[in-house]
Design a protein around this ligand. Sequence first.
Ligand SMILES: [Zn+2]
Length: 389
Amino acid sequence: MQKPLKSIGKRISAIIIIAALLTVSLASSGCFPYASFDTGSDGPYEPVPTYAPGTGPELGFALEDNAEPLEIDEYDDYELLGKRYISIYDAGYLDLYFDVPSVSAAECVSHIDENAAIPEKFKELLRIFVRSIEEKYPEADLRPLDLNIRTLEIVECDEYELAIHTLSIDAYGCYVRDENRIYVPKDCEYVPGTWEYQVIMHEFGHAARTVQRSSKDLDLSIELSSSICTIPEEALNSLFTVSLFDYEERDIAYQLQSNMFLILTGCLEGYSLSDYLNHRLSYFAHLLDEQNGNNNYAMSIMKLIEEQRTDYFDENYDRGSEFYYPIYDYLAKMYVDRYASPGMSDEELAALIDELVETVMFDVPEDYDIDTDEFYRFAEEYYGDRQDP
Ligand SMILES: [Zn+2]
């Protein structure tokens, strides 16, 4: 889980140290050993070409309503050379592995108590996490979380160890799925309302919907996170995390992206964050497409949201503000569809869009260079067309 940039000096020295340590680690293991969810996209490992002002690399996807429908992965289950491989991409298929139809929060809590690898102070936090899900999202399937809880380890480490595990100097913690370990900084106090509290709950959120196990006979992967669109996953996980708190928390990890997903989830009818725990991002995209009358466009918007964050962190290019208008148009359309009533005056519509802009822009760094006028321009035109087609 990441926070905005630290000072440049600290950043550069940390980059050098990580690069040196990575060289040792890669040389000794021969592969990239960590599957972290919080890996920064601004690593120093690949040379990046410099782009002319107002430009950047080509998008790796088409920014239009795709003719090809979005593929929704459900599961794979096959045997190869006497070994079974199960990959589950939706909680609806968890029965392929589990022989019980559900697991209660009480059972999760008893497995927390039995796990000696979880330090005492984290046990209490994990109990709170489980009980909050039970209370707020009774539809959520707790079986993956319970499976992880039984052998979960929580490791407190110093700044440099943490940088190695997260592969980022901006990360405050990570869950490494194939180790079933959470890494967090040493000596933190976890008090509700603090950043540290949000960090640990966010990492529990990752452990609730991803499992990786390998043995001689079985390779099990429960992978509800999408590897093609990481930042939207992070934004949803961040929203899910703060929604568990019994106080309001607007200072959210992946702030701009989480603000945008707050709008998307709020405007999407019939979507609850229990769906985040039970389904993949493609399910969310599919619901968005259905509601917005698209065939396959939502995933492109989500990829563009991810691209905007990369753009922000990458000093080598800056595509300019207009490049991201499709995101603002998409959000404004959904907001008007959801909240605008017929016959609104220009002032009333503008006041409605004020609310949207306030939510999207909450605590967003100025360097993002977001042209908020576009929300109003699009909304006026769209609302006008809707009133008078
Ligand atoms: Zn994360």
